[in-house]
Design a protein around this ligand. Structure first.
Ligand SMILES: Nc1ncnc2c1ncn2[C@@H]1O[C@H](COP(=O)(O)OP(=O)(O)OP(=O)(O)O)[C@@H](O)[C@H]1O
Length: 366
């Protein structure tokens, strides 16, 4: 846990960070966000004293570290930045080992830690251990940069737009990886970005800064439903709130029992189910969805069953998929429901457009 108390930075008479206080609990992923120049990076750099404080205190795991020598502090706080800062003449393994070496860990322990971190970031140790930074792609180098920051198992990780320079696809992959690493390691993280989508994907708590001041510090859902003021409301971008919210919601939160029938069902039985539920999933002998009657945006005239649609793997949803992705699949395939399948591919429920709308408006009313 880390507490920032009244952090203030004045440059040449101008207060660029103004009395910022916030507590990041153990295992919390705190994202600092705000317009360019609002003081995000300066706040972060005061935490590990890359920038000296004008006033304020930093309390790390209950200990006041404001006057601790900066080198000692930095061994307890990992730091990863956009430009990576890998040492060009050192191998990947040597780069990752920087802080453990400073801490005089035994060689074998360092080697084990390097292997463990490469595995955590899905880099094959045999292939990457002895490579030099110029032999890595941007995404690989960035993974090594984050692995290095984690190497000595710091109590807190600071990250300043670590994925800012990456293309959108690599960025997406690394965001998902970081979210997983955060879940697996339970690290306390403070992360700076100016990208709200990135913040919503990663944060357990978001701190919004404006002109050096902390305007709101809340869980993402609370920010969206209870913005502290017009600045926050505008900053979140009203028009996209509903969709952005869906990136934080999961299929398992929306899954409902699915009307289904197997191959033995008669057309009469199928019509009855469609009459009461609007659609029906046909499952094979193993319980895997293979067809759908109804639930298309278009219907054949006359027969309420409409035409049979073959269930395509692209339509299926899994419990851990985001609702944004599920919704996108419904829109793309022009269907009003997706089957939710378990690990064996068996029908375990469904998500529907109506369900999304219901839960969205419930959330907004809350
Ligand atoms: N070394 C410095 N000397 C003087 N002013 C500085 C210094 N570093 C930052 N500032 C000013 O402090 C303010 C906050 O800068 P900071 O880099 O913290 O903003 P930021 O929110 O991280 O911005 P961005 O999103 O553009 O990176 C800016 O107005 C900047 O010009």
């Amino acid at each position: 846990m880390i507490e920032l108390q009244g952090l203030t930075k004045v440059y040449g008479g101008k207060t660029v960070v103004d009395d910022v206080s916030l507590t990041v609990g153990q295992g919390e992923f705190c994202v600092l966000i705000g317009p360019s120049g609002c003081g995000k990076s300066t706040t972060l750099k005061m935490v590990n004293r890359l920038v000296p404080l004008t006033s304020g205190r930093i309390v790390l795991d209950g200990e006041d570290v404001t006057t601790l020598p900066a080198e000692q502090l930095r061994r307890r706080i990992g730091y990863a930045i956009q430009s990576i800062g890998l040492f060009p003449h050192w191998t990947v393994a040597e780069n990752i080992a920087v802080v453990p070496k400073l801490l005089k860990w035994p060689k074998a322990r360092i080697a084990d830690r390097v292997e463990e971190l490469l595995a955590l970031f899905q880099l094959d140790a045999a292939e990457f251990r002895d490579k030099y930074p110029h032999q890595l792609s941007g995404g690989q180098a960035q993974r090594v940069g984050v692995a290095r920051a984690l190497a000595a198992d710091p109590s807190v990780m600071l990250m300043d737009e670590p994925f800012g320079a990456l293309d959108p696809i690599t960025r997406d992959v690394l965001q998902a990886e970081l979210a997983r690493v955060h879940r697996e390691t339970g690290k306390t993280i403070i992360f700076v970005t100016h990208d709200m989508d990135e913040a919503l994907k990663l944060a357990t708590r978001i701190a919004i800064l404006n002109e050096g001041r902390l305007v709101q510090y809340d869980r993402p859902i609370e920010l969206m439903f209870e913005p502290a003021d017009d600045f926050v409301r505008d900053f979140l971008g009203k028009a996209d709130l509903g969709l952005k919210l869906l990136t934080r919601r999961w299929v398992h939160q929306y899954v409902a029992p699915a009307p289904w029938a197997d191959r033995k069902a008669s057309m009469g039985e199928l019509r009855d189910i469609v009459a009461s539920h609007g659609h029906v999933w046909l499952v094979d002998g193993e319980g895997r969805p293979e067809g759908l009657f109804g639930a298309r945006l278009w219907r054949a005239d006359g027969d309420p069953l409409g035409e049979l649609s073959r269930v395509h793997p692209d339509w299926m949803a899994t419990p851990d998929m985001s609702m944004k992705e599920a919704l996108s699949r419904m829109v793309w395939r022009r269907i009003l429901a997706l089957p939710v399948v378990d690990e064996q591919g068996r029908l375990s429920g469904e998500v529907t457009m109506a369900g999304v709308m219901g839960r969205q408006s419930e959330g907004q009313a809350a």
